[in-house]
Design a protein around this ligand. Structure first.
Ligand code: SAM
Length: 237
């Protein structure tokens, strides 16, 4: 854990409390334990979990510019990334974890209960469904996703969920700059404006990573998101 704690300080200027460190330790144990029974994540070694899951998730903090989001929805959260590490970091966030696969949400529920995290909601659903529900549409301050879809598809998943004045954040690998370019016009169509592409270098990881940050400037037209499956089949151009 020492390396993870130092990396978090050096990269993000975040100083984790003993309570937060204990939460990450427990999360790591549970992830490895459950992973033996079900395929939750391909990253199975402790160093990989600490850097590529925990630290990588925490880099989202760079997009918030010191302002802790009041609410955040994580679409396609899988085993809880990036949403749960962000909740450990900022306990005051109202967090919603979404995945279309029930067993992933079951694991997230288990972690949230084990770590005694409060004010977390869960949804086993597709992003395209949530984007049309009054309980979610244009209500969240931030919508985030990591490793879920290419940006032209992702903007249609995330932007309908974000209130005007909020933002969406996509964690991307080396394709980040090209995806940001391809996603710019679709984002406009949905009320978004590309704000920034932040390069992130994780210690010991060769691949460049990027945060693609899009501000929500105007309401999303009511015909978006399109029906389940349509955004992936016919991505916006
Ligand atoms: N975000 C996690 C991470 O970075 O470790 C999980 C990434 S995993 C590769 C992609 C996840 O997105 C899967 O758990 C999948 O079920 C979910 N997913 C894909 N499309 C989705 C959609 N339209 N709505 C909700 N979940 C979706």
């Amino acid at each position: 854990m020492e390396k993870f704690i130092l990396d978090t300080q050096n990269l993000l200027k975040i100083y984790l409390t003993p309570r937060q460190i204990a939460a990450f330790q427990r999360y790591e144990q549970e992830l490895m334990d459950w992973n033996e029974r079900m395929n939750l994540t391909a990253i199975r070694d402790v160093e990989g979990i600490r850097t590529k899951h925990f630290l990588d998730s925490l880099t989202c903090a760079l997009a918030f510019r010191g302002r802790v989001p009041a609410s955040l929805i994580d679409i396609g959260t899988g085993a809880g990334f990036p949403g749960i590490p962000l909740k450990i970091l900022y306990p005051e966030i109202r967090l919603t974890l979404v995945d279309s696969v029930g067993k992933k949400i079951e694991f997230c529920k288990h972690i949230v209960k084990t770590l005694e995290l409060e004010r977390v909601d869960f949804s086993t659903a597709r992003a395209e469904e949530l984007g049309r529900m009054p309980a979610h549409r244009e209500l969240h301050e931030w919508a985030v996703a990591r490793a879920v879809a290419n940006l032209p598809i992702l903007v249609e998943y995330l932007l309908p969920l974000v209130k005007v004045g909020g933002g969406m954040l996509a964690q991307k690998g080396e394709s980040g700059p090209a995806e940001a370019q391809a996603g710019e016009r679709p984002a406009h169509l949905l009320g978004g404006r590309l704000r920034q592409l932040v390069p992130v270098h994780l210690p010991g990881v060769a691949e460049d990573r990027y945060l693609v940050i899009i501000d929500k400037k105007a309401a999303t037209p009511p015909n978006y998101p399109r029906r389940v499956g349509v955004p992936t089949k016919t991505p916006l151009k």
